[in-house]
Design a protein around this ligand. Structure first.
Ligand SMILES: *[C@@H]1O[C@H](CO)[C@@H](O)[C@H](O)[C@H]1NC(C)=O
Ligand SMILES: *[C@@H]1O[C@H](CO)[C@@H](O)[C@H](O)[C@H]1NC(C)=O
Length: 538
């Protein structure tokens, strides 16, 4: 017995030594992740990258705004990561207010573009003010100068300006910078990465098109693509931060492009669900950062799931910012409840605010859903939702079919994919009745083909060498070690007409034209000679 204990003790010590020796072989880097302000799906996606980096032995710090509840839902995070905070009074309240207004406007019966633009302006101002707040915090900037790399979400590109500041004014040498885009496929990122985008077969965001397009659809797609690039530049990237460039004397090229500063682009794409397209080597597809094996649910929820018997459970969520639907569109919520009341399944509904009317027997209402864990539960049969990026990947990862009701932004793009891949059906928010909802829900629940397609795509998505978080961590480490310069195509240094071969084609056309013209002249001359000879003979 004692001998056995000795052996097992030495095995443990040996293993520890082995692990330590492995760890010390890898250099540990200090990486800062800017997860926007620190809550919501952007934080959860960035968190997967943070976990991947921590697993590889790196020291991960999250840059968040004070007052955001990033740790309350993820208590384990404070053990895993460090946190740096910046302060902008009122940010959380103003942001929540803007999201509520946007939720209200997008769900409203009548389109009000003027109001929507106003909300967009609010987001723009908040993004700019939050970045200014960072610049004003000199101690924070000094601490940021000590990091080996920055990873930021493209929705809030403040890190690019911080990097420029540190390099120009704090004597910091080239800091590797990695951009993450975790919404739908964003052509602006591909543009910055000099990665080609062909509107001939790549549906542009918000076009509601699939890859097979008629002439007029291609025309519409091209125009949508160009206006997307312009408006993304104007409202999200670059333009909102132009004042900072003057105020802090930053790299003036940032007015036009951030590509001189970014080494790597992580994009939320996986070809199991996305239509195929070409990408440059600096663009790494990391689709489904938030999709992962399900964790156990809490007892209360687990009991509810089990009580559904063989019928299983339907999950209904319009995401956190639309979950005000109960108060903004009570009649819409009522339609969903009337439809759900008629199905034998149990239903879990997310809503931030309570309901004014009674819930049907089979429905449970929650303020917040552990969506990935619910979708991974064996009792879950269907997700009814608004078409956000993370939800789609989580559903597909767990092989769950969908009913999608897109309400705006990139959601209609996902809806097109869901329908064309045969993993679900669509609801039109402007043409909704309890009967239509009931029909769509029972159609997907009743036909095994939808769930079979989702299970097939799930197998493709899972059949990859590393998870999306580990892939991201691997590539971040790679550009810290080797830089991203060698990934840059020379197309960055070419003028437009050279890149698109306009000069070459013009030359070829001119050449063909001249040769044809000369041959024509020649033939004409010969012919004339012949015909002028002929009459003489006769
Ligand atoms: C990890 O990063 C934090 C900054 O967030 C820093 O205070 C700490 O010293 C770092 N740890 C190591 C081992 O470098
Ligand atoms: C509304 O949906 C119903 C059922 O799918 C369909 O028959 C009808 O044409 C739609 N109406 C409009 C205006 O799209």
């Amino acid at each position: 017995m004692v001998g056995f204990q000795r052996i097992s003790e030495s095995v443990v010590i040996l293993s520890i030594l082995y692990i330590l020796s492995c760890k010390s072989g890898v250099e540990s880097y200090n990486v800062v992740l800017s997860a926007n302000f620190g809550d919501g799906s952007h934080y959860i996606a960035m968190r997967a990258i943070g976990e991947g980096l921590a697993k590889r032995g790196h020291n991960v710090t999250f840059l968040v705004a004070e007052g955001f509840p990033h740790q309350t839902r993820h208590h384990e995070d404070s053990g895993l990561f460090h946190f740096e905070r910046f302060r902008l009074p009122g940010l959380k309240e103003n942001l929540e207010d803007a999201y509520d207004r946007l939720g209200y406007l997008t769900l409203a019966n009548q389109k009000n573009n003027g109001e929507i633009f106003k909300v967009m302006d609010t987001f723009k101002t908040l993004n700019k003010d939050a970045c200014s707040a960072m610049f004003k915090d000199n101690a924070l900037m000094e601490r940021l100068a000590a990091f080996d790399a920055f990873v930021f979400n493209i929705i809030w590109p403040c890190a690019v300006y911080v990097k420029s500041y540190l390099e120009l004014h704090k004597d910091v040498e080239d800091i590797p910078l990695v951009a993450l885009s975790n919404t739908g496929l964003n052509p602006y990122i591909l543009w910055e990465a000099a990665s080609p985008f062909f509107p001939s077969f790549q549906p542009s965001p918000m076009s509601k098109l699939s890859p097979k397009m008629t002439f007029f659809e291609r025309l519409r797609n091209t125009l949508t693509y160009l206006s997307f690039i312009c408006s993304f530049w104007r409202t999200v990237l670059s333009e909102p931060f132009n004042d900072l460039i003057d105020e802090y004397d930053l790299d003036p090229d940032l007015r036009v492009t951030m590509s001189n500063h970014v080494d790597l682009y992580l994009i939320n794409t996986d070809f199991s669900i996305d239509f195929p397209f070409a990408i440059m080597p600096s663009v790494i597809p990391v689709g489904g950062l938030t999709a992962r094996p399900a964790k156990a649910l809490d007892n209360d929820l687990e009991e509810f799931m089990e009580s559904s018997g063989d019928y299983g459970v339907v999950v209904f969520s319009l995401g956190s910012y639309l979950s005000t639907v109960t108060t903004t569109r009570p009649e819409m919520m009522k339609m969903f409840l009337n439809a759900f009341e008629r199905i034998p399944q149990k239903v879990i509904i997310q809503s931030k605010k309570g309901l004014s009317h009674d819930l049907p027997q089979n429905v449970k209402l929650l303020k917040w859903l552990p969506l990935n864990d619910l979708l991974g539960h064996p009792k879950t049969r269907l997700l009814v939702y608004h078409g956000g990026a993370s939800g789609l990947f989580e559903a597909v990862y767990h092989g769950v079919p969908l009913v999608v009701m897109p309400v705006g932004g990139d959601q209609c793009d996902f809806s097109v994919k869901v329908v064309s891949k045969g993993i679900g059906v669509q609801l039109d928010k402007d043409n909704l009745t309890a009967e239509i909802i009931y029909e769509r829900v029972t159609e997907v629940l009743g036909q095994p083909a939808y769930s079979a397609s989702s299970i097939r795509i799930s197998a493709i998505l899972k059949n990859r060498p590393m998870t999306a978080g580990d892939t991201s961590a691997f590539w971040i480490e790679h550009v810290i070690k080797h830089g991203g310069e060698y990934l840059r195509p020379s197309s960055y240094d070419m003028p437009f007409y050279q890149l698109y071969l306009i000069d070459v084609f013009l030359f070829l056309f001119a050449f063909i034209f001249i040769v044809s013209w000369l041959s024509f002249r020649c033939l004409k001359k010969c012919f004339r000679k012949k015909s002028s000879v002929k009459p003489k003979k006769e």
